[in-house]
Each structure stands twice: as C-alpha cells, then as structure tokens.
Design a protein around this ligand. Structure first.
Ligand code: HXC
Length: 513
C-alpha cells in the first residue's frame, strides 16, 4: 500500500540514485584504483547501521557550462553523523564518482552544516577527502565554499577533534582544510596532496616530478610532516582511525573515555632494569619502555616516520588516555632538533587543548649542533616545544631514564615548566652537558693531556652522572626503579586526576610559529 504512494516511490528512487553516486561505470573505475566509494568508506569507519545522512536531496543550482545537465542527489559529498564504538562523530565523505568529488557551493554548505553541528554538540569531525578540488565550472562560488569550510576549521580547532583522511586527490587550496585539522592520514599509492601539481611545477620552476614524489603518502609522512600517518589501503586506514577516535575525547567539554583494561597497573617489568646499556653512548629502543608501561602494550603512534628521534602518540594507563612524548636514543641519539621540536610541540598542544595528560620519557643529550640547525631556526623551533610544555596545564609526569642535558633538560617537561611529578631512574644523568665536553671546557689548559682530561671527566661524572643532585633540589620527586615504572607512573596520574591549573587571561598566546 505504502509502496504504491507516488511520493514514497519518488523517495525510494532518489535514495537509490544517491546510493549509485556517479553510476556503475565510475564506481568500477574507483574500485579499479583500489579505492572504496564514499558510502563504502562510511560503512567501514562507522558502527554498522549508525549512519544518519543529512542533505541527500541537496543539488547544486549552477547553470554554468551546462552544469544543469549534471546533477546528482547529494552533489558529490555524503554527510551526516554516526558512531564509532558507540560514540558520536560527524562525518563527510567526498564522492569522486560525482564530478570528481569537486567542491561546489552547495556541497560546501553540507560540509559546513555538519561542522557546525559537531561544534554545537561537542563531537569530532572526520573528513574523508577524495576530490578534484574546487568545482571549476562554479568559479568563485566554489572558492567561497572552501573558505566557509576553512573558517569553520579554525573555529572548531581546540573545540572538537578534527581528523582528515586523504583517500584520493587533494590539490590546490583544498589542502588547506585538512592542513588546519588535528590529524591527517593518507593511503599509500592512492592519495596525494599538493598546492600545485606536477604540471604547474614544471611550468614555473622547470622541475620534473611525479605526483607521488610531490605529494604522495611517503613524501608527507617522511619528509614534509604534513601527514601524521599512512596506511596500505582504505580499509586499514579507516580501521586505524576508529582506533584513534577511541583514544580521544569527543570535545574540549568532555574527558577522553576510560576503556576497560585487563592489565595490572602494578605490573612489574624486571627486564627494564637492564634496558639502559652500560656504555652511556650506546643506544636502546625507547619504544620498549613505552610498550612495557602502556596498558596491554597498546601505542597509537603519531608521525611514526618523521623525526624519529622523538616519539609521540597515545597510550592508556588504567584505561585512561595519556599522550606520550619520548626521546628515542636509537635515532640521532634522541637529540632535539628543528623537526623533533615541531613534531612534539604540536602534539603537546593537541593534548593540552583536549585535557589529555602527558607522560614524557627523557633521554636527551641536548639540542643538535650544526650550521644547518642554526640557519634553519632551531632557536625558534626549539622554543615551540618549550612554549608548548610551559603553557600546558594538563597533568604532566616525567621520567628521566638516562641523559637530561642542557636546555633540552629544561624543555622536556622539567619541574621548572610545571612538571607535576618528575621521576628519574638511578641511571639518570642531569647536567649542563656530557662529562667529557664539560671537562674540556672547564679545563682547557689540560687539553693536551688526555690523562688529566680523563681525571676531570671522572670527577664531573662522579658529581653529576646521577639523579641525586637534581633530587636534592627537588627538581626530581623520586628516584624510581625501572621495573616499577608502570606502577609509579600510573599512581602519579591517579593522584593528578583532580588537577586544576589556570593560566592568566589573555586573548591568545603568541607561540613562536
Ligand atoms: C569539476 C571535475 C574537477 C573539478 C575533476 N572533475 N575535477 N569537475 N571540477 N575540479 C571531473 C572531471 O571532469 C571528470 O568528469 C571526473 O571529475 C573525473 O575526473 P578525471 O580527470 O577523469 O579523473 P582522474 O583521471 O582520476 O584525474 C583526477 C584529477 C583531475 C587529477 C583530480 O580530474 C584533475 O586534475 N582535476 C582538476 C584539478 C584542479 O585543478 N582543481 C582545481 C584546483 S584549485 P567526467 O565527466 O569527464 O568523468 C582549487 C582551489 C581551491 O581547488 C581554493 C580554495 C581556496
């Protein structure tokens, strides 16, 4: 009976048409490229049956260049809300099969609508990007559409988490919406991002470069640091974003969820007692400590392939999300440099914006010396991390495992930057610099005599190559046994759950960008 109602029939027809996007042939092309369609992606990322679509009937109104003959329900972007493990998210998914997923004035309106809803309701925005950019036929109308989205990205920043997934082309000004979100993930071999593509580059600078070299996943995860991670295919990328969302609060009005955990917070790890090699210049893998401290060893790493001398990512302790920053002695001896400072600073600021406590594991020989670093502005970039830690008001727990030298000691969530609880392992060395370097400066007159320098070095080591001098001053709250790190750190965060700290009022700060 209901089926025969003409309006209901019309509804069913429009819905079916929308489901087909740009039609079977284009869907086939999409699949041949190894890509899912916009709607298939939503099925993978959201809980089954949770997607509520808005704006399926929206169509563009442009008549430029015969566009009135090219209409599709929804106009090339699927928008709405859904849940990830039962928690609300707002989401859009660009449909490349409809006019190359190009952004029109009306489809930008759909994206803006769900962004506004996300901010008002306090839930993350996830953008699945697969688009040829501004709809060329619409001209300035589509540019205006982009700018409306950009403005909302700015307003949503620090209010709700924003996650971009690049699953196809993302070129021209279109890159700037993802660029203003908190995290960008790409799919290897099927996605790329650039402001101007290979053809324009060739014309302007005469450089010959492929799209992959210019803006593929490897480029942006390893060299430019534009992207935070890359995955082998659409399904893996979407599954990993589900995993990431589980770590995050829905908004800055909310706390990150507490997940059930089956890992004893008091678990002791005797293997950690021998993690630090006898030779202070020998590296070890800081990830081993991260995994042994975290609930179930679960670590969601951010920017894994960039500035690997510092680790950033999320773990849980007693089921609660903790942001992890750690020097990695395996790469460049774990020093701070331009890239690692920028990487960690951005991560610390994300955590602080969303009330995620921060655990900092320190083994840092200092800032990387060199002409390239100085000319590249290591002063300003290093200051970003210093600034980020200094302004953060979330609970901050620090563990120094070995070296904490010079300015880098101060930067890495030291007591002086309002570190709440600062621990050191017995192997910690907290000093202005390494013992040999210090002796050579203090006893320049003895430089010609290796035996004397060795004696001075030993003297300096005896005095500073331990955590006690810093602990005497209260810069270190306790010297803890490595095997008990998980227990001590979990207790530390438990004691800080009620922390309240408010910075002086200001319009906003002026972090050294
Ligand atoms: C309208 C577009 C389009 C666009 C693609 N299409 N991009 N239609 N506006 N921007 C259409 C194509 O005409 C084609 O339609 C269909 O989508 C599929 O595109 P193909 O070219 O067949 O696909 P493919 O070979 O995979 O190449 C994808 C592509 C290419 C590399 C993205 O389409 C491309 O170069 N598009 C233009 C990119 C661009 O210059 N955009 C403007 C950027 S400037 P038919 O009907 O033939 O199948 C910008 C400014 C934003 O975005 C500024 C914000 C401040």
């Amino acid at each position: 009976m209901v089926q025969e109602n003409p309006i209901i029939k019309q509804l069913a027809t429009i819905r079916e048409k929308a489901r087909q996007g740009g039609g079977e042939a284009r869907i086939e092309v999409q699949h041949k490229k190894g890509k899912l369609t916009a709607r298939e992606r939503l099925e993978v990322i959201l809980d089954p049956g949770s997607f509520e679509e808005y704006g399926l009937f929206v169509q563009h109104r442009s008549t430029n260049f015969g566009l009135e003959k090219h209409k599709a329900p929804g106009d090339g972007v699927v928008t709405g809300s859904g849940t990830i493990n039962g928690r609300l998210v707002f989401i859009y998914s660009q449909d490349f099969t409809v006019m190359g997923g190009s952004l029109s004035e009306t489809n930008a309106g759909k994206i803006c609508k769900i962004m506004d809803m996300a901010v008002q309701n306090g839930a993350p925005v996830i953008g699945i990007n697969d688009s040829g950019g501004a709809r060329i036929q619409e001209g300035v109308a589509s540019l205006g559409g982009y700018a409306e989205v950009f403005q909302r990205n700015v307003m949503a920043s620090g209010v709700v988490p924003q996650i971009s997934v690049i699953m196809g082309p993302c070129a021209g000004g279109a890159v700037y919406s993802p660029a203003m979100t908190d995290f960008i993930f790409m799919v290897k071999d099927s996605s790329y991002m650039f402001v101007t593509g290979p053809d324009v580059v060739k014309t302007v600078t005469n450089e010959v470069v492929t799209a992959e070299e210019l803006g593929g996943a490897a480029t942006h995860t390893k060299k430019s640091s534009v992207a935070d991670g890359a995955f082998d295919n659409d399904v893996e990328a979407l599954a990993e974003i589900r995993r990431l969302v589980d770590f995050l609060p829905l908004s800055n009005r909310d706390r990150a969820p507490t997940r059930p955990f089956f890992d004893d917070p008091a678990r002791l790890e005797s293997s950690l007692d021998t993690l630090i090699p006898d030779n202070p210049n020998q590296p070890y893998d800081m990830k081993e400590l991260v995994q042994k401290v975290a609930d179930e060893g679960d670590f969601f790493e951010i920017q894994k392939d960039y500035a690997a001398n510092i680790l950033t990512g999320f773990i849980r302790l007693e089921g609660q999300t903790v942001g992890l920053v750690a020097n990695q002695p395996l790469v460049l001896a774990g020093c701070l440099d331009i890239d690692s400072s920028r990487k960690a600073a951005r991560f610390v600021r994300f955590c602080d914006a969303f009330e995620i406590p921060i655990l900092t594991l320190v083994d840092v020989p200092g800032f990387l010396p060199g002409v390239a670093q100085e000319l590249g502005g290591v002063i300003k970039h290093g200051a970003k991390l210093l600034f980020a830690y200094g302004e953060a008001t979330v609970p901050k727990v620090t563990v120094i495992t070995r070296k904490a030298y010079g300015g880098a000691y101060d930067v890495m969530s030291s007591k002086h930057l309002r570190g709440d609880i600062n621990y050191a392992w017995p192997t910690a060395q907290i000093a202005v610099m390494g013992a040999k370097g210090a002796s050579e400066i203090l006893h320049r007159a003895d430089l010609h005599d290796p035996a004397k320098i060795a004696a001075h070095t030993k003297d300096y080591e005896d005095r500073f190559a331990n955590p006690f001098i810093a602990a005497e001053r209260g810069f270190i709250d306790d010297v803890i046994m490595p095997h008990s790190t998980r227990r001590r750190v979990a207790r530390a965060f438990a004691s800080l759950r009620g922390k309240e700290q408010i910075n002086p009022w200001k319009k906003h700060d002026n972090i050294p960008l």
